[in-house]
Design a protein around this ligand. Sequence first.
Ligand SMILES: C[S@@+](CC[C@H](N)C(=O)[O-])C[C@H]1O[C@@H](n2cnc3c(N)ncnc32)[C@H](O)[C@@H]1O
Length: 393
Amino acid sequence: MDLTLSTALAEVSAGLEKSETFVRLVLSGRRRNMKTPAERIDLKPVLLKSEIKYQLSQSDGRAMTTKNYSPKEFIELNLLEAGFANILLEQKSGSISIRITKKGEALVHRTSDSFEADLSHDRTKARLLDANDPFLIEVGISDESGKVKASKNDKYLQVEEFLRLLVPALNSAIEAGHIAKPTAVLPLSIVDLGCGHAYLTFAAHQYLTKQGIPVKVVGIDVRESARVRNSQIAQKLGISKSISFLAEEISQTTLQSADVAIALHACDTATDDAIAWAVNTGAKLALIAPCCHHDIQAQMVDTPEPWQMITKNGIMKERLGDLITDALRMQIMKLSGYRVEAIEFIGGEHTPRNLMIRAVKTGAIADLAEQSRYDAMISLWKVKPALAALLNR
Ligand SMILES: C[S@@+](CC[C@H](N)C(=O)[O-])C[C@H]1O[C@@H](n2cnc3c(N)ncnc32)[C@H](O)[C@@H]1O
């Protein structure tokens, strides 16, 4: 093993042994040709019956699970060498972060910043957005007394869960060098495509700003009334310098680029317009939760056998159409140099449209088998996805 890496890992191990100064450990990203046991692991100390335990939270990209270990038990899991590309250790008086490059070299960064441990063992999910926050009242999610309106609860939760996925995806993209670390001079640029009443647009702006991440956010919606309303809210909140709105068709927007493209339920093929915009402008990260799908479904007239077993039932045909639509979208993104995953971003009780396409631009060239797989799928179903037409595929 590279000497710099083994020295840095030994330093992190030693830090983990000192539970009295340990604050946080984050393991994320994947080393080349290695498989990690989870997409991301977060570790923090918790006080349980007067004893310090290490609480491990891990995500498989779909759900979060939590388990407590004694410090010794955790160290014995040997997760530091389990294939993660990014390792961050925070202690009360300093931090060390290790990024392992594709060549297996370690880039190590140390700080002497102060960190504070939060020893609470709270099983309830902490809210990311305080219902009382003025922006939630202004956009109409919360009422004047700062309570989430019953009619807006699902949207509130969708937006929160969207942020819960956006933030780690963003941090991983920054840690992996796909997105430059945002600064006041060069803030992170985000576009919300098909923003509507801009619940997510404002939430992303306010939440990331609170996290100390400088941002410049643009919301795009075809409706002029949405632009006027959202711009007035931005003005009222005093944030017009860093959030703005355009009344434009996504496919014809004047916006040239953004680091991150997000879209929550942009109707039907507006989702394809959003993905096409992200691909054409080279957005580094795209989080897209599609809406209703009609394009492929309308083309599924000549069902190949034995698939009629499914498509003869209207509801099953519809669901299969949704899956084929999103699978083709993802494959096109993959063929365009993105690493793409589909994840459930919120429970189905809050919206049936609960699939999210998460894509990071790595520039990797997909192998020929992926192109053949795509060709086979469209020829089997005799369909031409809207996204393929938009990207000339
Ligand atoms: C279902 S709403 C979702 C709004 C918002 N993202 C949310 O989750 O609350 C879809 C929005 O997309 C907008 N839209 C639909 N097609 C569009 C297009 N081609 N270009 C821009 N906006 C579009 C609509 O005006 C509408 O506001």
